[in-house]
Design a protein around this ligand. Sequence first.
Ligand code: PLP
Length: 317
Amino acid sequence: MLKSLPHLLQPTSYNIYPMLTTPYIWKNGKFVKWAKAQTHVLTHTLHYGAGVFEGIRFYETKKGIAIFRLKEHVERLFYSAEAIDMQIPYTKQEIQKAIIATVKKNKLKSGYIRPLSYYGYGKMSILAKNLPVDTIIAVWGWGAYLGTKPIKIKISPFTRINSKSTIITAKIVGHYFNSILASLDAHKSGYNEALLLDNDGYVAEGPGENIFMIKNAVIYTPSLGSILPGITRNSIIKLARDLGYKVAEGKITPTELKKADEAFFTGTAAEISPICAINKSKMKFEKGPITMRLKEKFMKIVHGENKKYGNWLTIIR
Ligand SMILES: Cc1ncc(COP(=O)(O)O)c(C=O)c1O
């Protein structure tokens, strides 16, 4: 697999391969060589985690390379920056253009885009005010983040960060330590991925994914409140409703999830990943029929094979 697609990482379970580099990274308005895209050890975000980022995918289509829901990802980047009082010194349009330019410059046909705005070198106070804001955009090839097989997930002993202690709807660098703890724990116990519960013990989300379950042909997903409002989640809700499924957002208990017929994760990196077991309990289906139908339809959309959702794609020629 790696031979035929040299720029794509193809894991069997979780993407733990070293990153394959691309020639250029956009940094503060200029392209710099990958190896030269460095920062000072006293970079503020490195110490305190106040930074914001996005994960975006692009795919090969018949019309050219397509970036999936670029506008929404850039909107969320600026929403996250606003949430922490960070002023990104570019407009949304400028960041969109820079993302397109970075994809073009690196000549990849498909992969992952990582825009990140962080507080750079200057001052070390925890009061994150009047600090320099640096912005980078990197791209790299990334295959299926959680592998190509159905995954086993472990309910984490760590509670998901909550809306009383942070701005949960923003994609903030520091939030990911909670995700890292959950991932390490799940991996140590031989699972592919973790599932975090909220403060009240209801199902929240994965370390980098939203979750859905299906029972008697109805699709359920946790409502907004203790999760990142995922762009893939939003796309799947729209797609499923368009296909005639009933989709309900609400509170889900771990027991309800274990007794569901099907379950899957959604996320930019994870795309649609079927879940075959939760802790020791196996799902009724390894690859549920509704999950697989949604996955197939979703993959067609991202590859430009469904005109109805053409406005979700930014085509680069
Ligand atoms: C914690 C968390 N939840 C959910 C998601 C899924 O969001 P999206 O579909 O926008 O990638 C992500 C990934 O960005 C995430 O990090």
